[in-house]
Design a protein around this ligand. Structure first.
Ligand code: SF4
Length: 425
């Protein structure tokens, strides 16, 4: 069963119609987020409560893409649990007890739900409360990484949303900036230096590098999203009084400047100071991006919905590299968080939300793009059909935000075309 509908957005650029589709989808589940989150929160441990399939997914994804550290594991739900022959809560308590006895360095333990734990209706939030009472010195929280009706970046959103109730109450009466979204440490350090130079302080980052360094939140918190897929986290922070600063996302020279400007305006930073602080970084970013222009300008690109980064990426590639997005697919279109992005998209690109994969493949084949951005499940078949592809998940694993990463971001899109052009020789 599938359904397709053309809907016109309420206002703005947005002026272009959005193709909304519901049908078969090709996406990874939210467990994938553990791969970058466990590297970021260095004293946290992620215990997936799932099946052997979940364990295999994590092992192969982590083993292939990063140098894995033992800060995640899977408590396997086996046939006895599924058949209701064993008490899954008792088994979980035993596994957690063994883990924390062996690893007293764990300060924060996430129980991560999966499709199987949801199927057997294992209440992990209750289990987390129980285990938290039992194990002093380790905070135990839970969230769902299940692949049922989700896309892979929602794992990070669910994890960060689970942290929000743990954040202390902000005591300050002056504004505090909170940057939300997991960023590579090198990126976080660069951005922190820029905020300092602009005179913007204090600045907190969510997630923090250590579980006991959660930033505070309150009515004076100004929320700057570093990732476009954090709807639930933003909602939880707003419920605690934080106010969202609308901005494009910090991808590319233009995006990074606009993102920083949103904070600068909220802090009343004078325009000359803003230019003085950002000009060199922006220039350097533009020069690094320009090195890939010959390869990318005029090339047609097609985005399948996967990472939720598709809209800011298409904006960057169209405006700073003159690429031509044909279709920009996104799993969800969060209008409030993307309000500063949508007017910057080229008017002739088709914006689509949700997926009916067969129809979308038909559109892709009919358009014959030069480059396809998609999940792993579609990339290999499309490569076999002669298309150059870029794995969207790579864009979440790689540091791409900020001025100093702008050239690397352009290179990520140039590389498959270099390879494909090389194969044609
Ligand atoms: S959570 Fe669901 S989709 Fe993800 S690996 Fe486990 S069974 Fe598969």
């Amino acid at each position: 069963m599938s359904a397709t509908a053309l809907a016109r957005p309420a206002a703005g650029c947005e002026a272009a119609p959005v193709l909304r589709e519901r049908g078969q989808r090709e996406v990874f589940c939210g467990l994938t987020g553990i791969i970058w989150l466990h590297r970021k929160i260095q004293d946290a441990f992620f215990l997936i409560v799932g099946s052997r399939t979940c364990a295999h997914l994590m092992q192969s994804a982590a083993g292939v893409m990063i140098f894995a550290e033992p800060r995640f594991a899977t408590a396997i739900i086996d046939e006895r649990d599924l058949a209701g022959l064993a008490d899954a809560n008792e088994e979980l308590d035993r596994v957690v007890g063994q883990l924390l006895a062996r690893r007293p360095d764990i300060r924060l333990l996430f129980l991560v739900g999966s499709c199987p734990s949801e199927v057997i209706k294992l209440d992990l939030s209750r289990a987390a409360r129980r285990l938290d009472r039992q194990h002093h010195g380790t905070r135990v929280l839970s969230y769902s990484g299940s692949g049922i009706e989700t896309t892979f970046t929602q794992g990070e959103d669910a994890c960060l949303a689970a942290l929000v109730p743990e954040m202390p109450v902000a005591a300050a009466r002056a504004p505090e900036l909170l940057v939300v979204g997991a960023l590579a440490e090198v990126v976080e350090d660069q951005l922190r230096r820029l905020f300092e130079a602009l005179g913007i302080s204090p600045v907190g980052f969510l997630p923090p590098r250590r579980a006991d360094a959660l930033p505070a939140v309150g009515p004076e918190t100004r929320l700057l999203l570093a990732q476009p897929f954090l709807a639930e986290t933003a909602r939880a922070l707003e419920a605690r009084g934080a106010r969202h600063l609308p901005a494009p996302f910090p991808l590319g020279a233009e995006g990074t400047t606009a993102w920083l400007r949103a904070a600068a305006e909220a802090w009343g930073v004078p325009a000359p100071r803003f230019r003085a602080v950002t000009a060199i970084g922006e220039q350097r970013a533009r020069a690094a991006i320009d090195r890939h222009r010959d390869r990318l300008a005029g090339r047609r690109i097609f985005f399948f919905p996967d990472s939720q980064l598709e809209i800011p990426l298409a904006r960057f590639l169209a405006r700073e590299l003159d690429m031509r997005p044909i279709e920009i697919g996104t799993p969800y279109l969060h209008r409030a968080h993307l309000a500063a992005e949508l007017p910057l998209l080229p008017g002739d690109a088709l914006l689509s939300e949700g997926q009916d994969v067969d129809r979308q493949l038909d559109r892709c084949r009919a358009a014959r793009p030069d480059l396809v951005v998609c999940g792993l499940g579609l990339a290999n078949p499309l490569e076999a059909e002669g298309y150059a592809t870029k794995w969207s998940i790579e864009l979440v694993f790689t540091p791409i935000q900020g001025y100093d990463q702008a050239g690397d971001l352009a290179a990520l899109f140039a590389r498959p075309l270099v390879r494909r052009d090389g194969l044609r020789v």
